[in-house]
Design a protein around this ligand. Structure first.
Ligand SMILES: Nc1ncnc2c1ncn2[C@@H]1O[C@H](COP(=O)(O)OP(=O)(O)OP(=O)(O)O)[C@@H](O)[C@H]1O
Ligand SMILES: [Mg+2]
Length: 265
């Protein structure tokens, strides 16, 4: 079977004022359809840099990229902007750490859903957009979708806002969702609810998920495979059970075994 995502020999350098700074190098991995895969590693190891290139998000820093990223048959490194806008949202959904960064502060949420839906030609009328947005918000666990839709992002709690963003990112039923630490800003109870929601989308819709996390509990409880990044190098990858029971690289051993001990003690 053709993988949903195939990354080969990916290297990213940031072009900063004192020269080129290597961020990640020689990254090769694949994600199969329907898998939920986590990307773990210490802060600054390049996780966000990597998923931003995979999702072809606009970069805040000048960079040089080598290698290839094939996502659903698209060349994510050299794709024209127009095609990128079409496939992002329809076939690929992205959510980040801060849901408020992805929501417009002074536009009613209903209007934002309408923009997304008409941009991708899913609906034509406001009434159709409202109906679909309501159903979607209900499916991501929002109890009173109508009230949320007529309101603004700044009226939402962090957890509610992240649910709305997940709804917006998945309303076109993308094949893959890439999430960069989607629960870091939330309190622990809400974190579990959001992860359960993402896992349900994975299970029930077969939506492939690539999720960046610091939390090895998330890896153990929700993921099929994990990629371990250290200082820009992919030091190990494999099934979650193999990584927890038989980690090969000393860093993975330290990371995964220390968690197991913590859980057991
Ligand atoms: N604007 C920038 N200019 C120069 N270097 C940067 C810039 N932004 C990030 N970096 C560097 O890129 C490297 C990778 O950062 P990245 O944000 O991808 O790490 P991360 O693994 O996502 O960390 P975290 O877990 O804290 O989110 C780090 O060494 C960081 O210092
Ligand atoms: Mg990051």
């Amino acid at each position: 079977m053709t993988p949903v995502l195939s990354v080969k020999d990916l290297g990213i350098e940031y072009l900063v004022k004192d020269g080129a700074k290597p961020i990640v190098s020689d990254i090769t991995f694949e994600v199969e359809a329907g898998e939920m895969v986590s990307l773990v590693g210490e802060s600054g190891s390049g996780k966000s840099a990597l998923v931003h290139v995979v999702a072809a998000l606009p970069r805040s820093v000048q960079s040089r990229v080598k290698g290839s990223v094939d996502l659903l048959g698209y060349d994510m490194i050299n794709m024209p902007a127009k095609q990128l806008r079409e496939m992002r949202g329809t076939r690929l959904g992205f959510i980040g750490q801060n849901p408020f960064g992805l929501l417009h502060p002074i536009l009613p949420l209903e209007r934002q859903f309408h923009h997304v839906l008409t941009a991708h030609k899913k609906t034509k009328s406001k009434a159709d957009s409202a109906k679909l947005a309501e159903a979607t918000l209900e499916s991501v666990g929002i109890r009173d979708p109508r009230a949320v839709l007529t309101g603004y992002a700044n009226q939402l709690s962090g957890g509610m806002a992240q649910r709305v963003v997940i709804g917006m990112a998945t309303i076109m039923e993308p094949e893959i969702l890439i999430a960069d630490e989607p629960t870091t800003a939330l309190d622990p109870t809400v974190q579990v609810q959001i992860l359960d929601l993402i896992a349900a989308l994975n299970r029930e819709r077969g939506m492939t998920v690539l999720i960046v996390t610091h939390d090895l509990g998330v890896v153990a409880n929700y993921c099929d495979k994990a990629l371990v990044l250290r200082r820009g190098e992919l030091v190990e990858q494999g099934s979650v059970s193999a990584l927890f029971t038989d980690p090969k690289h000393p860093y993975t051993r330290e990371l995964f075994l220390s968690t197991t001990e913590r859980v057991e003690s």
